[in-house]
Design a protein around this ligand. Structure first.
Ligand code: GTR
Length: 319
């Protein structure tokens, strides 16, 4: 309510939410975008970030953003999956062959189509940030084959796609907000979860769930969204400024991200995390076929998935 009331003042900073702590690359990228805006608008535009999930889960803050109670929100694509089906595309398991493939897809026409698809949901997609490769981790054992996940309760983000993916692998999928997962691991309510190295580290999940298996099943990126109502209040020049500052923050974030992944991996291995390669991912991939079929339904989704797959093939062939 307080945020909604502030919304009447045209000149206040753009209020932004992030589930991650202040030093996390996503937060620092939006901070950088704020600096660019301040400089380039002579202080007229600015961003104030509420990090560490202060304002609530990604699902809840997205709802607030769509009705204009928050101006900006940095979220993963997962909680957007139930809002707009096109966002399931970059979230599909085993879609991207490499970080280069992911970045080329998001930086091009496919990425733009998905960013623009949020307008009917009262959101404007500004840019994507990297989120690396998500891998399963748990309190019990290394995962080498899908069977090793059987019977485990695995926390997933609030997304039907993640639930279906995890169930297809034979685990018991438990959707919950990221902020609740640490306690759930400690109390044994769940046996594991899945995420990238930096989130595994910053959420301290490694302390309780030390088996980290390199399944690399999802590379769903992060997205920075703006509320449509605040966007519509900007002048055309300011819209250009905001879009451009967001795009430039992506490059800044990518540098931070690559370093953060290396740093987190190194620190956690040093701390005694039991990391294992998964030699044969084909059994995991085969189980994802029905999941793709269930979530890739519309002609536009099919077209974008086909283009993404083709781009990956061309990149690998060096075409
Ligand atoms: C992280 C992502 C967060 C959040 C989280 C989760 O990788 O950066 O935005 O979505 O995963 O699993 O909930």
């Amino acid at each position: 309510m307080a945020l909604a009331a502030c919304g009447r003042s045209g000149n206040r900073p753009l209020l932004s939410s992030d589930t991650h702590p202040q030093d996390y690359p996503t937060v620092r990228a939006v901070e950088h975008m704020g600096e660019l805006l301040r400089q380039e608008s002579d202080g007229r535009l600015d961003i104030r970030i509420y990090s560490g999930g202060q304002l609530g889960s990604e699902r809840d803050t997205l709802e607030i953003t769509s009705f204009g109670g928050l101006d900006l929100n940095r979220v993963n694509l997962a909680p957007l999956n139930s809002i707009e089906p096109l966002t399931t595309i970059p979230s599909l398991p085993f879609l991207f062959r490499s970080t280069e493939h992911l970045r080329a897809t998001l930086d091009g026409e496919i990425g733009d189509t998905i960013l623009d698809s949020l307008v009917p949901h009262h959101l404007v997609g500004l840019c994507y940030y990297d989120s690396g490769e998500r891998c399963f981790y748990n309190t019990k054992r290394p995962i080498l084959r899908p069977e090793d996940l059987h019977g485990m309760k695995i926390r997933v983000p609030n997304s039907d796609l993640y639930v279906a993916m995890t169930k297809a692998l034979g685990a018991d999928a438990t959707p919950m907000a990221l902020a609740e997962a640490y306690q759930a691991l400690v109390q044994g309510v769940i046996d594991g979860a899945e995420n990238n190295w930096p989130s595994y580290e910053s959420g301290r999940h490694f302390e309780v769930a030390p088996f980290y298996s390199l399944t690399r099943h999802v590379m769903a990126p992060e997205m920075l969204v703006m509320s449509l109502s605040r966007w519509q209040k900007l002048s055309d020049d300011d819209k250009t400024l905001v879009r451009s500052a967001a795009k430039r923050s992506v490059l800044y974030m990518r540098e931070l991200w690559d370093k953060r992944v290396d740093g987190a991996r190194g620190r956690l291995i040093e701390a005694g995390v039991k990391v294992n390669e998964v030699e044969d991912l084909s059994a995991f991939q085969a189980l994802m076929e029905p999941v793709w079929e269930r979530f890739v339904i519309s002609d536009l989704q099919k077209e974008l998935v086909a283009k993404t797959v083709e781009l990956g093939r061309q990149m690998e062939d060096g075409a």
